[in-house]
Design a protein. Structure first.
Length: 287
């Protein structure tokens, strides 16, 4: 009898542990449920025994409460959730619009998805330096460069994914490596060069000795002596033929998911998110 009771006791204990583990996985009290993707004004995160102003890129906990402090018409907050649900958006455009507390969800959806994995990796990058991914403003009027993935083959690439919104013309540009290999000292500086872009024709951009990696493309002033940057720039992940398709598909999927977040987010915010994901793709084999 004693052994039977002991066995039943262990079975009961094991069932309790399993039930508790499942509950903890779906009700991560105090664990992160998202992060601050966009904000303007002062927003206070209320914890059980403390409070603190929110920062761009800061993680927010399950069950947390957020309030706007002295909101103005331009105050707003966007939280990206780690399970891929629609972001929380709060805008203070009308009186009283931000008077109530924001109550964060107590749990996340347990099912993993491409978007939830993407948001998780972006969260980790945003936590360190969210300003790194904010695009600069362009002084030009010939269109905007697009961030994307390019295939490097035989020392050249098709730049259409980046130049698709740019008018036809002659352009002077340079490439600056963004990943850590730039400081290795083993690679020559990427060249500056001119080329003619025509969106109606197939154009190949010569890249010289450039190797795969994450780069910033900058348009330069063609007529100035120092060829100063115009402000038009984009992040590009340059891949070899063996890794291009996987990275390009992953980035396109991320673009589609971000567009489904709907109105309210600044274009620069969506672009910052996607730039962080490009950096992830540059340093990880699996999207």
């Amino acid at each position: 009898m004693t052994r039977r009771r002991l066995a039943r006791g262990w079975l009961t204990f094991a069932a309790l542990v399993l039930t508790t583990s499942v509950w903890a996985a779906t009700h991560p009290n105090g664990e992160d449920v998202g992060f601050v993707l966009e904000k303007s004004g002062t927003w206070i995160l209320e914890r059980e025994n403390s409070s603190e102003p929110l920062r761009l890129g800061q993680a927010v906990p399950a069950g947390g409460k957020i309030r706007a402090q002295s909101p103005t018409k331009g105050s707003h907050l966007v939280i990206a959730f780690l399970d891929g649900r629609q972001p929380l958006k709060r805008f203070c455009e009308t009186p009283g619009a931000c008077a109530s507390l924001i109550e964060l969800p107590a749990s996340l959806n347990a099912e993993s998805s491409f978007l939830s994995r993407t948001i998780s990796v972006v969260k980790n990058l945003f936590a360190h330096d969210p300003e790194r991914y904010i695009p600069t403003l362009s002084r030009g009027s010939k269109g905007e460069l697009q961030d994307g993935v390019l295939k490097l083959a035989d020392g050249q690439t098709d730049p259409s994914a980046v130049f698709k919104n740019i008018e036809e013309g002659n352009y002077f540009l340079d490439l600056q490596r963004l990943t850590s290999q730039a400081q290795s000292g083993n690679e020559a500086s990427p060249p500056s060069f001119q080329f003619h872009w025509n969106p109606k024709e197939a154009v190949l951009l010569p890249l010289g000795d450039v190797t795969p990696g994450l780069y910033q493309i900058r348009l330069l002033e063609p007529d100035s002596a120092d060829h100063e940057p115009t402000g038009a720039e984009a992040w590009v992940l340059i891949c070899g033929p063996d890794t291009y398709e996987k990275a390009a598909v992953a980035f396109q999927n991320a673009e589609r998911q971000v567009q489904q977040w709907g109105e309210g987010l600044k274009p620069t915010t969506k672009r910052s998110f996607l730039r962080a994901y490009l950096e992830h793709l540059a340093t990880h084999e699996n999207p």
